[in-house]
Design a binder for this molecule. Sequence first.
Ligand code: G3H
Ligand code: 13P
Ligand code: ZN
Length: 307
Amino acid sequence: MLQTLSYVLKKANKNNYAVGAFNINNLEILQAVINAAELEQSPVIIQTSEGALNYAGMDELGTLVHLAAKKTKLPVVFHLDHGKNYDLVVKAIKSGYYTSVMFDGSSLPYKENIRLTKKIVNLAHKKNISVEAELGAIAGIEDFVSVKEKDAHLTNPEQAIEFVEKTGCDALAIAIGTSHGAYKYKSASKLDFKRLQQIKESVKLPIVLHGASGIPANIKKICIKYGCDIKKAKGVSDANIKKAVKLGVNKINIDSDLRLAFDAGVRKFLKENPSEIDPRKILNPAKELITKVVRQKMQMLGCSNKG
Ligand code: G3H
Ligand code: 13P
Ligand code: ZN
């Protein structure tokens, strides 16, 4: 059943686990994620980016997610990911599909981020829709050459207190050294745990970690074996994600790992079955691999059997 982000994350925050938020772009990815949630009896956050909406349509994806949510007793949050465009976030709120939206004002001047986030919070809360907001720039920790530069980009704990108070957001996405995509680190994965701890201690709110894909070695191996050029891809280690959850992260955003699993499944199947042309057969192994990856994430985050 559909639930708000606030409902799902309040429980996660109280019981110190995280819920996986998975990006979907089509029916197959949605089916694979929902199947994993059923198998793990886990709450799940299904999210769509602006790119997903341009690709498949808000009505189309919204209808699919509502149908899937209706068929399960598990809590399903339908969330707009990275709403950078104010009008798109308003459209999502008014659409009746979303139970949660992210207003991503992280690239705006601080005061403007507060002003627009607050406006979105007022609109969304009237409709019982939750709001995730973002403070700090999600960028690879290896990109910062000095402490000063790092402090200028990563989330400032002092500012976070004021930001949460002034905006009234339900969850806060923070920058502690993760980045989007498959190429996050050149050497060992690294997060600013001290910063996370300071933020959590002061804001107490559910904390969101973007750019949390791990680039699982077994999936990467299949991709490479069947021709995908991703040798240098590197994600956040499971140990680092577990530590982040322990320190108070309650929502973990995963997209790249699902892309990788999809790619591995399709490439392997086509290579081994060169005469197959039925899309249903071609996409089935991809769905199975995504389900496998999502199940592993749920187990790791501690949200299995919390549905
Ligand atoms: O945070 C970004 C997500 O991975 C969505 O990516 O904008 O290519 O759909 P996208
Ligand atoms: P990844 O690229 O690490 O999967 O991050 C996805 C994300 O943050 C979606 O908002
Ligand atoms: Zn993100």
